[in-house]
Every structure is written in C-alpha cells, then in structure tokens.
Design a protein. Structure first.
Length: 161
C-alpha cells in the first residue's frame, strides 16, 4: 500500500510540474532582435549606478536572447567567482525567459527538479530584458546577497523599456 501511495504521489508531482510548465508556456514572451551593445551598456550602467549607490562589489553581465555575452562590467574588488555567476544568471534568465529568482523560489519550496535542469541558476539576480514586449536579452548580477543582486539587476532591466 505504501508503494502505491508513493507511486501515486510521484505521479501527481510529475503532472503538477508539467502542468506548471505548460501554463508558463501558454503565453510566452517572444524573443525580439538581440540586444545591441549600446542598449546592453545602458542596462549595465543603470545596474552599476545602483551598485555604487549602495557601495556593493558586484559583476554585471548582459547577454542576448540565446545567452551569449554582449557586455560585462565588474566593480574593482569584486570576488572572482562573481564573474562567471553573473554571466550564468544572465544566460539562464535569457534562455528560460524568466528571472532566476523563480528557480530559487521553486527550490526553496522543495522542488529539487530545478537542480536537474541544465543551465538553471537558482539564485536571485538574473532578469530578462524586455523591449516592446519582446525579450532582447537579460542581465545578471552577482557579488552581494541574492536580494542585493536582484535589486541591481532590476535597476538594469528597468532602464530598458
């Protein structure tokens, strides 16, 4: 009886995961033309203003919709690990069409399947950049707490409308 219950519970969880994925993809934000260097610099500059205002040490990466690096900037004194983490957050936000905080929240809720999705980064700080209703890239920030990374990334993404 316990085996049947576990199997049934497993099936319910799998169906819920697929249902959430299907619901999330019903009205996907379309990809637009890849972000230009000029726009990428504008997004990064807005993030850097927020970073400097708070005296944080962070790395900022902007990628195109495919997750390819377009622009990168790092505040002097930022930990070395933040370079690759910022790029990974930006890449994940672009490729999955959602903020990386979604993965963080899913993992915190016990949805460990997130760890098996190649390219996910379950840490706040990656946000898609949307212009004219289309994803043109993403910004990733690393170096502070997840919440600080999210604040700086949001400042960068919000600078592009």
């Amino acid at each position: 009886m316990l085996v049947k219950s576990v199997t049934l519970l497993t099936m319910v969880v799998i169906l819920a995961v697929f249902a959430c994925g299907a619901a999330a993809q019903q009205q996907p934000t379309p990809y637009g033309m890849p972000i230009s260097l000029e726009i990428a610099k504008k997004a990064a500059a807005a993030a850097v203003v927020e970073i400097q205002k708070n005296n944080w040490y962070m790395a900022v990466a902007v990628t195109d919709p495919a997750g390819n690096l377009v622009y990168f900037e790092k505040i002097d004194g930022t930990q070395t690990a933040s370079v690759n983490i910022a790029i990974a957050k930006s890449r994940a936000a672009a490729q999955f069409k959602r903020p990386t905080k979604v993965f963080q929240d899913a993992l915190a809720a016990g949805n460990t399947y997130v760890l098996g999705l190649p390219g996910t980064v379950p840490s706040e700080g990656g946000i898609p950049i949307v212009s004219d209703g289309k994803i043109i890239g993403a910004i990733g920030v690393s170096g502070g707490t997840g919440q600080q990374d999210g604040v700086a990334a949001k400042a960068g993404a919000d600078a592009i409308k």
